[in-house]
Design a protein around this ligand. Structure first.
Ligand SMILES: *[C@@H]1O[C@H](CO)[C@@H](O)[C@H](O)[C@H]1NC(C)=O
Ligand SMILES: *[C@@H]1O[C@H](CO)[C@@H](O)[C@H](O)[C@H]1NC(C)=O
Ligand SMILES: *[C@@H]1O[C@H](CO)[C@@H](O)[C@H](O)[C@H]1NC(C)=O
Ligand SMILES: *[C@@H]1O[C@H](CO)[C@@H](O)[C@H](O)[C@H]1NC(C)=O
Ligand SMILES: *[C@@H]1O[C@H](CO)[C@@H](O)[C@H](O)[C@H]1NC(C)=O
Ligand SMILES: [Cu+2]
Length: 677
């Protein structure tokens, strides 16, 4: 057992008074051990890569040339590269009723210089945002990811997807896989397990996501158009932009020098589908008069929440992170990093029929969480919503830019203006699902001791629940009462005695472990004692790896306490938790009522500053799943822990695919040769 930042725990406890102290100013300094140098490991990895390069390159060539997957039953579709602007207007001819397809993608990850800037973009097949994955719910996806970076590993995470039976394709280095070494190809081969909606994929290695390694991922339900009644479907990939290389910024943040405080780097602007929204660089959504448009908004950014509105239009929210919503009309939508929403733009009677008319789509960088000012910050990025009678794929010649202003349409009557301003303020915590999937019920309500103590689950009831998982999902009336396992944890951001910023979960600051200790890898390959983790309870493994072991078929309530003075978007891999409640200060079970009737469920949700959230899962997806803040700086600073969900009784986790094992061996030999850790 390492000394898991004992003082961090002590400090947290001091902070955890009945209500949080409002004191600002620098956080407490920790008198504790220093984190091992990141640089040392990076240079070790570089040496390895240089050693491996020649033969890796030959292997890669062979793989690339020979790879022509034999057609599988059912149909195999080779997904072609489409032009950038068109990629974001989903093809109206996409067949939602098609039979099951295997869709094959070949991705080449490389690094290209950004013109006029001292940094590189990490691109897939030459571009960022990278390729769209668009599929139907029953399809199988094969993505051959080739790492053409010179000296970095890479990996891709499929955000929000449950990846049933293939947790090793979750794309998390140090947890589910080892990074794909330069020159190597890894096949990600997965199905959706019933998941539908709007999501995205992104790099999970170092800060590659911030440098551009991300793209949209859309999974269609067969009845979605019929039930929501829209005519065209568009993706708006939104993200904050840094004009400095992310690894440079990360180094400043994690290893600030003793005389200078460098809090989270503040972005310089936002982009919409990669366009920066300036002269000659506006992304354009083209729609026909009198039709309804679905806009799929996703925040693929690093740090900034983004607020989206369309001049003179009301937005009707219909989806959040894949969960259909009971529709809500709003003036704007606030997306935390990694969150997604679909909104409908319903024909506006005031938009002139026939002529071309255009409105600004506005994306505003929300600065509340920034610890310092960035004088270069461009607060608003614009795109265009254009009504047109010309073919949608043609750029209207010399089309004028919009002249619209934010707010209701200028020709609107006074009553309509009033009703526009009377629309509710957007709040992700008041959203309700449009379908009926209530959380499994607890036999026992939370008691006051639960906020601090993990409660022993009732094993008999759990076993029953495990066997009855299907019944719980498919037939609510058959829900058998089962016990709840309550798992509290705290989140905080503090500075170490070296004045380095770190994020702590229960006093641990996660680091990518030596790769043979990567949890899933180690467990399924049997190379360490980690297979003991399925014994119930939580444990800190070497490298500040906090792992909470959960048995299959259990109801688990996470009680999250955010000790920090900023909101944090938490993301649980492999699950879409039910959001039972949130509040200010500390969770007081006797006083707070939790919503167990019709709570939202989603994979990314905001835990309020100096506040709490309670979220519930049913452990029906085995594997090692990280639970972390999705602000990339906070994750890089250690704000991550894992849940290990055991296989169903009598079963084992599937063995790792051979190519992951082989790629781990490459990294592992480097570690043992160059780094004694
Ligand atoms: C992948 O990208 C790199 C860098 O642009 C390029 O050199 C290489 O030829 C590409 N590989 C394939 C198979 O397209
Ligand atoms: C993808 O996974 C499925 C299910 O395990 C398997 O049948 C199929 O052969 C795999 N495809 C490839 C190309 O490996
Ligand atoms: C966090 O600490 C609390 C109090 O010690 C403990 O009950 C809980 O199990 C810990 N949570 C995790 C995820 O380890
Ligand atoms: C555990 O569950 C069983 C079966 O539902 C029940 O009979 C028993 O009373 C429970 N025990 C406790 C301590 O809750
Ligand atoms: C599973 O649920 C059914 C009711 O749907 C119940 O009759 C059965 O006893 C349960 N099975 C177990 C093992 O508890
Ligand atoms: Cu955070």
């Amino acid at each position: 057992m390492p000394e898991a930042w004992p003082d961090a725990e002590a400090d947290e406890n001091a902070l955890l008074m009945d209500t949080f102290p409002v004191a600002d100013g620098p956080n407490v300094l920790l008198a504790s051990r220093a984190p091992p140098s990141l640089r040392k490991r990076v240079s070790a990895i570089c040496v390895l890569i240089l050693l491996l390069m020649p033969f890796a390159f030959m292997l890669w060539l062979a793989l690339w040339v020979n790879e022509s997957p034999t057609p599988e039953h059912p149909a195999v579709v080779q997904e072609d590269v489409v032009a950038a602007q068109d990629m974001f207007a989903l093809d109206p001819k996409f067949d939602l009723g098609a039979g099951q397809h295997t869709r094959v993608y070949r991705w080449n990850v490389s690094s290209v210089p950004v013109s006029g800037e001292d940094r590189n973009h990490i691109v897939v097949n030459g571009r960022s945002p990278g390729p769209l994955i668009e599929a139907n719910v029953h399809d199988r996806i094969l993505v051959y990811v080739t790492n053409s970076l010179v000296s970095e590993g890479t990996s891709i995470h499929w955000h929000g997807l449950p990846l049933p039976l293939t947790p090793f394709y979750d794309g998390t280095p140090g947890i589910a896989q080892c990074p794909i070494p330069p020159g190597q190809t890894l096949l990600y081969n997965f199905t959706f397990g019933g998941w539908t909606g709007t999501t995205w994929w992104h790099g999970h290695m170092d800060m590659q996501h911030t440098d551009g390694l991300f793209g949209p991922l859309i999974v269609h339900a067969p009845d979605e158009v019929a039930s929501q009644k829209y005519d065209t479907d568009h993706v708006l990939t939104l993200h904050d932009v840094y004009h400095t290389s992310a690894m440079t910024l990360l180094d400043d943040y994690l290893n600030s020098n003793p005389t200078e405080t460098v809090p989270e780097p503040v972005p310089d602007r936002a982009a919409i589908n990669g366009a920066l929204g300036r002269e000659g660089e506006y992304f354009e959504v083209r729609v026909r008069h009198g039709t309804t448009t679905r806009l799929r908004l996703l925040n693929a950014g690093t740090f900034a929440p983004l607020r989206v509105s369309v001049d003179a239009h009301v937005l009707t929210l219909i989806e959040a992170d894949g969960t259909p919503l009971s529709p809500v009309r709003v003036r704007d939508v606030l997306l935390q990093p990694a969150q997604r929403y679909s909104v409908l733009i319903i024909p506006d009677p005031l938009v002139r029929q026939g002529g071309d008319e255009a409105f600004w789509i506005r994306v505003r960088v929300v600065e509340d969480g920034f610890a310092h000012d960035n004088p270069r910050l461009q607060r608003e990025t614009l795109a265009i919503l254009r009504y047109t009678s010309s073919p949608l794929t043609n750029t209207p010649p010399n089309a004028p830019l919009p002249t619209s202003a934010s707010g209701p349409h200028p020709d609107t009557s006074k009553a309509e203006v009033n009703s526009w301003y009377a629309l509710p303020q957007f709040d992700e915590w008041v959203l309700r699902p449009g379908d009926d999937v209530p959380p499994p019920a607890a036999a026992r309500e939370l008691s006051s001791s639960d906020a601090n103590t993990a409660v022993e689950a009732n094993t008999t009831a759990e076993r029953d629940a495990a066997q009855n998982t299907t019944a719980i999902h498919s037939d609510n009336s058959a829900r058998s009462p089962v016990s709840v396992y309550t798992l509290p944890f705290t989140f905080s951001i503090q500075r170490t005695n070296e004045r380095n910023w770190r994020s702590f979960i229960n006093g641990t600051a996660w680091e990518v472990p030596p790769l043979r200790e990567a949890a899933l890898v180690a467990d399924t390959a049997g190379v360490s004692g980690l297979d003991a983790v399925f014994n119930e309870g939580t444990k800190v493994w070497p490298g500040d790896q906090l792992i909470a072991s959960l048995r299959y078929g259990q109801i688990v309530d996470f009680v999250i306490t955010n000790l920090d003075d900023g909101d944090h978007p938490f993301h649980l891999h492999g699950y879409a938790p039910w959001l039972l409640g949130k509040g200010r200060g500390r969770f007081k079970p006797a006083k707070e009522s939790l919503n167990t009737q019709n709570p939202m469920r989603r994979d990314t949700f905001t835990v309020p500053k100096r506040g709490w959230a309670v979220v519930r899962i049913l452990t029906d997806n085995s594997g090692y799943w990280p639970f972390h803040c999705h602000i990339a700086w906070h994750m890089a600073g250690g704000g991550l822990f894992q849940i290990a969900v055991s296989p169903p009784p009598g079963q084992a986790l599937s063995p790792l695919p051979e190519d992951i094992v082989a790629q781990c061996a490459m990294w592992d030999s480097a570690n043992s040769r160059n780094d004694s850790r």
